[in-house]
Design a protein around this ligand. Sequence first.
Ligand code: 5AD
Ligand code: SF4
Length: 436
Amino acid sequence: MRNCKTYMIRTYGCQMNELDSEIMTGQLHQKGLVEASSEAEADLILFNTCSIRDLAERKVLGKIGQLGRKRVKRPIIGVTGCMAMAKKDSLFKKVPHIDFILGTNNITDLSEVLDNLLDTGIKQVRIEDKFEDNLDYLIASRKNKLSAYVSIIRGCDKYCTYCVVPYTRGKEVSRPFASIKEEVTDLAAKGCKEITLLGQNVNSYGKDQPDWKIRFHDLIYELDKIDGIERIRFMTSHPVDITKDLMMAIRDVPSACEFIHFPIQAGSSRILKKMHRIYTLEEYLEKVDLLRKIVPNATLGTDIIVGFPTETDEEFEMTYNIFKQIDYSLAFLYTYSPRNGTPAKRWKDDVPEKVKEERLQKLYSLYEMQLNKQMQQLIGTSLEILVTGRNKNNYLTGKSRCFRKVVYQGDDSHIGTLQTVTVTGFHHQTLLASQA
Ligand code: 5AD
Ligand code: SF4
């Protein structure tokens, strides 16, 4: 029988993967495994993978391939996450030294799958399409004790034409409120101050359960009541499902942070339609206006894809201009990457890579300029930050409610508390501050 006493988990992709890795780490600890000091020492290496773009998949495949070639004593290799779903039929063929594949909806089965593998020596696959919410969230081994991800809904029913997520993570399944509340109460008791409610589309919370009265904004009011939780964040939102009720919750609930990830993806209604985003540019802008009326100090984040099939120079210019107009404080910018199994994959990927790259760089330059301006405007203002530790220069470090990284000089007693500081300057994307 193979030895399995030490492990290493390699996590790629989104926050949901990060959380799932913390839960799987908890499961491995429960089995008595300890984290290996290096990859070479690990008896088990688990790859929690991402399929969102081609590059993400190639990175992991390259890494797993290397392990197969280089090691004399090869570790047990497991693959979970989106690639386990997207490539379930070809993974073993492509990479024969993989020992087990665990679907995104089956992380609860890790322990059993590992036992079966160790007992029988036979490769294991455990993949189901639908998430059964029987996961023990409480055993998650949290890296950050002050700030935690909390899953509230899994899967996605939106089917944007470019995106693999509805296929790799399945249909939307909301987590019962009692289970969320139990976890958040437990986190607060252990000293956690900030939670980020996670889902591919948090705003759909409860809609898959006809009997539940609770909606996403209700969740924010309810979780705010838990003693010790000082900040509530959430991600990701689909603009269509961002409601006035949610905006009012952000305004009225003290712990709700004034930041919304409001991914526009593209600035032309024709491309948005082709992406199946189910809103027009005008509808999107109306929502942004409403948010700014209800929560004037809210900042916005976005995701953008450039070079979607048939995107013209003029349509890209529209994306550029809207990006300028909205002045996002956080943006994730991508070139379009065709994904197997998605409707867009059937269309010609007709924007040349060079053009995609040029559009991306143009947007990045604008983003940098805008961030600089935003940082400049913050000088002299007061910000509330959650102090999480010290950086390598021994400055206290933390984040503002709107995700700005802030550093300042202060006492150790500040760590783990909310502090108000005055911004004195900035260096790249970090604000420098002094105690108010
Ligand atoms: N190509 C490029 N970017 C993509 N995203 C999702 N699918 C693709 C794709 N095929 C981006 C979207 C999404 C973010 C998580 O990843 O912008 O919001
Ligand atoms: Fe993908 Fe669209 Fe669902 Fe977001 S909303 S996960 S982009 S299908």
